[in-house]
Every structure is written in structure tokens, then in C-alpha cells.
Design a protein around this ligand. Structure first.
Ligand code: RIB
Length: 289
């Protein structure tokens, strides 16, 4: 089987991750955390996840003219993602995300978008061939332009939830939302006629068309270390599996397993699983290492 070709148009961040016993409530200070930095950004995470799962991947995005850019792009580069579509913007810093991660793997994220917000429609090719994956951390007119220029399968990850142009609902072959995002969009999610995947955290995910459920799947049992990037891996894995022609139930199980594996390790991009890892867990039963 030949590898699917996927273009990801989206965000590239450097993640600054403080891991503490608990997450702070509004107004609260939590001390005793440890600090780490990892390449991240929903777009970049999805690009690298798709590559590690077997796709040929091209990333289109924007970084600043600073040293954070080298760090943010390091694993994409090492992983073989085509970065010729990543431009440097001298007027803004590389995107940065501040994450708090608790002992049980939950997180809170604040993104300083920086150069991600300088990604304009004119930075996109006239036609985007192959499949396209989009998320909502770059300007909406750029997202809409990318969807309009796509000649193949379009996946839109509705994260983080925001009011977006209708064209995205109409053009998407696959919409993906977590529970909170699905609540935000309500019935609009199912009006476009494409596939809709909703993730329910450790309870798994469902795949729908026109509001009717096609399949559900559960992830393997895991001990969560850091859930950052698990949703991004799910997006990449479900897209890859559907492009390969996997049946809905099989594709959803593949995506849930890949997402769960991501949560067993710290950081976004260092924790993205490879294809053999995902297939190993699927073949061996229900428990991820
Ligand atoms: O989905 C996780 C990602 O969201 C992080 O890597 C962070 O950069 C934010 O974009």
C-alpha cells in the first residue's frame, strides 16, 4: 500500500511545561513544579504524528526569526516532515504554549500565538493536493482558504473551539471534536454531511454521519502521564486510517490506541507513537505499556 500524502496547515509552538502535583484553580499559586520544554503546537503535533504513523507529510506554517523556532521544528525535521512550506516571520516570535500538567496527566494550556497568527492565505499554494488536516490555532481566513484550495480529503480538528466560517463545516470530509468542543458546536457539527468523530477522553470515541453513529471504540487501559498531544495523535491517526481505507470501527480503534499511547509519556511531540507501537498494542490485546 502506498503512503497517503497529507498536508497539515497549522500551528507550530514551543511548549513550556510545568508539571506539578495539582493544577492551579483561578487565582491559586501552585509551587514545587518541574519545568521542561518540548516542540508542540496542534498543527505540528498532527503533522509529526501522521508521519510516524506512515503518511508522507508536508507542514505549512509560520515561525519567528528566533532560537525558539529551531527548537520547535527540531523533531519535525528529524522525523522527515517536509518543512519547505514553513516560513519565517521577522515581525513576531515563534508561537509559545504555557502548559500546566498535573500528576494524573491532565493539563491546562495557554497559547501565545506569535508567528502562527502571521500565516496568511498568500502563504498557501494555489492547490493543495492529497489530504489536508486543519485545526483552529491560525487565522480563520487562512483555514478557510486552505479548505477551499484542497483537492482531496479534508479533516478539520475543531480545536480550540471557536466560531468558524461555514465553509469549513460544508467542505470537511471529517470533523473531529472532543466533548467540550462538541458541546460548543451542538447540532451544527452534524449538518455538513461528512464524517464526525467525537472523543470522550479515557472512554473512547464515536464516529457519526448525519448524527447517526457508525462506530465506537475504546482506548487500551493506560496509566496517564501527560495527555498533551493525545487529541492531536487521534486526529492524525484517524485521518491516516480512513485514507488507507480502514473500516470505521477499525480506524477508530487505531486512533484511540495511538492517542492513548501518547498519554503514557511526557511532552507533546516526544510522546507521539510510531506505527509499529500502535499495531503492537492493537495486536496484543487491550493494555498499553
Ligand atoms: O494539543 C496540544 C498542543 O496545544 C500543545 O502542544 C500546545 O502547543 C497547544 O497548541
Amino acid at each position: 500500500m502506498s503512503s497517503p500524502l497529507i498536508t497539515v496547515v497549522g500551528s507550530i509552538n514551543l511548549d513550556f511545561v510545568a508539571t506539578a502535583k495539582t493544577l492551579p484553580s483561578p487565582g491559586e499559586t501552585v509551587t514545587g513544579a518541574t519545568l521542561a520544554r518540548y516542540p508542540g503546537g496542534k498543527g505540528a503535533n498532527q503533522a509529526l504524528a501522521a508521519k510516524r504513523l506512515g503518511a508522507d507529510v508536508r507542514m505549512i506554517g509560520r515561525v519567528g526569526a528566533d532560537s525558539m523556532a529551531d527548537e520547535a521544528l527540531a523533531l519535525l525535521k528529524a522525523g522527515g516532515v517536509d518543512l519547505t512550506g514553513v516560513g519565517i516571520d521577522a515581525s513576531a516570535p515563534t508561537g509559545a504554549a504555557l502548559l500546566a500538567v498535573s500528576e494524573d496527566g491532565e493539563n491546562q494550556i495557554v497559547v501565545a500565538s506569535g508567528a502562527n497568527h502571521a500565516l496568511r492565505p498568500e502563504h498557501l499554494p494555489a492547490v493543495i493536493d492529497g489530504a489536508l488536516i486543519l485545526q483552529l490555532e491560525i487565522p480563520f481566513d487562512t483555514i478557510a482558504a486552505a479548505a477551499e484550495r484542497a483537492s482531496g480529503f479534508v479533516c478539520v480538528n475543531l480545536a480550540p473551539a471557536a466560531e468558524i466560517p461555514d465553509v469549513l463545516f460544508e467542505r470537511a470530509d471529517l470533523l473531529i471534536a472532543n466533548e467540550l468542543e462538541a458541546d460548543f458546536y451542538g447540532p451544527r457539527l452534524h449538518r455538513g454531511g461528512g464524517l464526525v468523530a467525537v472523543t470522550w477522553g479515557s472512554r473512547g470515541a464515536g464516529l457519526f454521519r448525519d448524527g447517526a453513529r457508525l462506530a465506537t471504540a475504546e482506548p487500551p487501559e493506560i496509566v496517564a502521564v501527560d495527555t498533551t498531544g493525545a487529541g492531536d495523535t487521534f486526529v492524525a491517526a484517524l485521518t491516516v486510517a480512513l485514507l488507507e481505507g480502514q473500516a470505521p470501527k477499525e480506524a477508530l480503534a487505531f486512533a484511540c490506541t495511538a492517542g492513548a499511547l501518547t498519554a503514557t509519556r511526557a511532552g507533546a511531540q516526544p510522546s507521539l507513537p510510531t506505527r509499529p507501537e500502535v499495531e503492537g498494542v492493537l495486536a496484543s490485546g487491550r493494555t498499553a505499556p
